[in-house]
Design a binder for this molecule. Structure first.
Ligand code: ADP
Ligand code: F6P
Length: 476
């Protein structure tokens, strides 16, 4: 298939920024895809005028032509139902996702899943090879596509290839469980520049390449046998800070935030959780901590309410189904035991919302609770801070979120320590305005100075400035 314009900047990600939804009458519409990757990269593509290659989120669709949606140039890659099961739900989210998140759930290793991972990665690489203009920059994203850099370089050595991992990169002791560890490392080494959220992740990668592949390394640079250097370093991702702030300042969002508070009975304090419904996010533990505070009389449901917004995610993967049942049972139990007529302890919303509604939630909430067991960055924490333009509101944040390395003034917690979390929730609940303002002001400075435009510019500049390597023969 051809038909795509040649682009000087190509983003390659598992998902397109929009999902294709086919109505029962056959009509097709588009809705924003879930997750932090899309939130971060959409404004980058908009500002840089490139093309985005990705999966439109449905199975067995006929391959269709590149198209424009909301000003973005999008190039779809189709997947069969079997590939969705084996590549996406299987290897990406049943093997790599838990392995890269501290083995919070047990990763499964299946050879047929791996075979599917290889063939789908090849399809993405082939599409990128067709679409990239001579000497273009191709920026490959995330754990679903770790073989693409090597596959793409084999066809198009003229390209500058960057790779960015949005999730953690695990320590050698965990990564080494993977039967295909060497292939993954070699796949990534097809890139010129490999970006990670945190310096520790980059160091894990360099150490693994040295010990498992045997290449020479010096600090953040790996030297391949043919002399080509590969740089592996940290670029903490961020959000469109000004865009979120502008939204939060708007009249419509202010009104909606007031409506939300009113509908919740104007409690003294609103706690808020916003996550994809994922076992890495620590939703169960945080709700348990809140439930115990109500049970023990530290919080009263007329005074304090918890709103948990959970985006449906990976619903056919078994561990996600189990998680959903567990959380819904817990919410039911807490509300049944401690709620009052008109005052449930927890409001649980299993839905996706437009950005305006998310901004209204952030404006309405006094205490944002972000407690993942492990998270590459966590953009929700940064979005909350961006929306608090009056320097108020408290952030309770897990030490195990990448964001904790920047948002040091949050109430930092260990999500495995329920009592510690309870104390932090109470401290944030009782904090004086002066204290919350001091903390929020400092965090806002960080998020304003380090927005997603800076993240992308830093990465792309670094990629551009790397020395050229000799073999640039185009083999299409
Ligand atoms: P992840 O990438 O693991 O999903 P992040 O916190 O980094 O986690 O990013 C989540 C993104 O999804 C944020 O931009 C957040 O605003 C958005 N989001 C989360 N929940 C919802 C929801 N229910 N409706 C719409 N957007 C959501
Ligand atoms: O890094 C966050 C991320 O895992 C993305 O790679 C992914 O696209 C997003 O969250 C949402 O997950 P999914 O695409 O599986 O719905």
């Amino acid at each position: 298939m051809t038909g795509a314009p040649q682009a000087d900047l190509v983003i390659v990600a598992n998902r397109l920024p929009v999902d294709r939804v086919t109505q029962p009458d056959g009509a097709v519409s588009w809705r924003p895809s879930p997750g932090g990757l899309v939130t971060a990269l959409e404004p980058v593509l908009r500002a840089n005028d490139g093309a985005w290659i990705g999966w439109p989120g449905s199975a067995d669709d006929d391959e269709f032509e590149p198209f424009e949606e909301n000003g973005l140039s999008l190039i779809p890659v189709a997947m069969s139902a079997q590939e969705v099961e084996e590549f996406y739900e299987g290897f990406s989210n049943g093997t790599l996702w838990p392995l890269y998140h501290d083995v919070i759930a047990k990763p499964e290793f299946h050879r047929e899943w791996w075979d599917s991972y290889v063939s789908v990665n090849q399809r993405f690489a082939d599409r990128a090879a067709e679409v990239a203009a001579e000497g273009a920059t191709v920026w490959v994203q995330d754990y679903q596509l770790q073989l693409v850099p090597q596959m793409l370089r084999a066809r198009r050595p003229d390209l500058r290839i960057g790779f960015y991992l949005h999730i953690p990169f695990p320590p050698a002791e965990l990564f080494s469980q993977l039967p295909w560890r060497r292939q993954i490392l070699e796949g990534l080494l097809g890139a010129d520049l490999i970006g990670f959220q945190l310096p520790g992740a980059a160091a894990n990668f360099v150490r693994l390449v040295r010990s498992r592949v045997g290449h020479k390394t010096h600090r953040d640079t790996i030297y391949l046998p043919d002399g080509r250097p590969v740089k592996a370093t940290a670029f903490p991702i961020s959000i469109d800070t000004a865009g979120f702030e502008e939204l939060a300042r708007s009249e419509a969002v202010a009104e909606r935030a007031a409506e939300i508070r009113e509908a919740l009975g104007n409690p003294r304090r609103i706690f808020l959780g916003v996550d994809r419904l994922d076992y890495t996010k620590g939703i169960y533990s945080r709700l348990r901590a809140f439930g115990e505070l109500v049970r023990d009389g530290h919080l009263d449901v007329e005074d304090a309410v918890f709103v948990q917004v959970a985006t449906p995610s990976r619903e056919r993967v078994e561990q996600y189904r189990i998680l959903r049942d567990e959380i819904e049972m817990l919410v039911g139990r807490i509300n049944g035991d401690y709620g009052k007529i008109g005052n449930p302890a927890i409001h649980y919303l299993h839905n996706s919302y437009p950005r305006e509604e998310m901004a209204a939630f952030y404006r309405a909430a006094d205490i944002m609770v972000v407690t993942p067991f492990r998270d590459g960055m966590n953009l929700v924490a940064k979005e909350y801070v961006a929306c608090r333009f009056e320097d108020d509101g408290a952030l309770v944040l897990s030490e195990f979120a990448g964001a904790a390395q920047e948002l040091r003034q949050a109430w930092l917690v260990n999500p495995y320590d329920i009592d510690g979390m309870k104390s932090a929730l109470m401290d944030a609940f009782a904090a004086e305005k002066r204290e919350t303002s001091r903390r929020m002001r400092a965090m806002r400075r960080t998020v304003v100075q380090n927005d997603v435009a800076k993240w992308a510019a830093d990465f792309l500049r670094e990629l551009e400035e790397l020395p050229e390597h000799h073999d640039k023969t185009v083999r299409r």
